[in-house]
Write a protein that binds this ligand. Structure first.
Ligand code: KIV
Length: 276
């Protein structure tokens, strides 16, 4: 039996089990059902329906314009393509910040309407009470600290976090409070690698999932479009490893199609229907 056939459904408990065994957790973003199916079949542990869809799918410059309705549609599509990975839906800007009630209703929509199994929301110490409320009513939560893109205007740009003592203290205290609140995992985004390693060691059961946070995290997440080379040419962060150049493959395929249609080579006899 192949590795994939043997693979069990990933649950939030799988994250803690893998952390305790020192087994790395693999996460990628996904926004549509075909991609979800391919990533799931390739053996990914978890699919994060990130609000990065604002950038890579919808062409916005930040994640701030993302809406609940768009995120629900992306999440439902991913759920339809997935079999074994854990599907986590990202709570967009203003879907959880205004009040605990807003957060509860919107997190509930992701599970009830879209079929997500967990939600992710950005923020550390200041979000603990909201996160606790969600977990108390049965909604698993992935935290997200470090460079949190919904606060990009406060950070003044994509700056690495945890390079000064005050920032390191905030990150460690936030991570410990999120574990105490019951988060099954925490994304560490653009975090200096030494403090990311210290947080990973300090947390007993909550798995750290890094993006630009060094190799010591319990797992890694990247944006699917970025690793496949479907990105803006100027977007080339240090932490990104590109595994394929689909931009070139797509451009070449489309040029060939255009040439074939223009020359009359497509459609051919085999691609046309005859009378019965
Ligand atoms: O929206 C997203 O894709 C994310 C990941 C990069 C962690 O938040």
């Amino acid at each position: 039996m192949s590795e994939i056939k043997k693979r069990k459904k990933t649950t939030v408990q799988t994250f803690a089990e893998k952390k305790s065994r020192g087994e790395k957790i693999t996460v990628l973003t996904a926004y549509d059902h075909i991609t979800a199916r391919l990533l799931d079949q390739a053996g990914i542990d978890s699919l994060l329906v990130g609000d990065s869809a604002a950038n890579v799918i919808h062409g916005f410059r930040s994640t701030l314009p993302m809406t609940m309705d768009l995120m629900i549609a992306h999440t439902a599509a991913v759920v339809r393509g997935n079999a074994r990975a854990l599907v986590i839906a990202d709570m967009p800007f203003m879907s959880f910040q205004p009040s605990e009630e807003t957060a509860t209703l919107n997190a509930g929509r992701f599970l009830a309407e879209a079929g997500a199994e967990a939600v992710k929301l950005e923020g550390g110490l200041e979000m603990v009470s909201t996160i606790k409320r969600l977990i108390d009513i049965g909604i698993p939560v992935m935290g997200h600290i470090g460079l949190t893109p919904q606060s990009i205007h406060r950070f003044g740009g994509p700056r690495v976090q945890g390079r000064v003592e005050r920032s390191r203290t905030y990150l460690m205290e936030s991570a410990q409070a999120l574990e105490e609140a019951g988060c099954f995992s925490i994304v560490l985004e653009l975090v200096e690698k030494k403090i990311a390693a210290e947080i990973t060691t300090a947390l007993k059961t909550t798995a750290t999932i890094g993006i630009g946070a060094g190799p010591e995290c319990d797992g890694q997440v990247l944006v699917i479009n970025d690793i496949l080379g479907l990105r803006e040419p100027e977007f080339r962060p240090k932490f990104l490893r590109e595994y394929a150049d689909l931009s070139t493959i797509i451009t070449e395929a489309v040029r060939k199609y255009v040439d074939d249609v223009k020359s009359g080579d497509f459609p051919g006899e085999d691609e046309s229907y005859n009378t019965l």
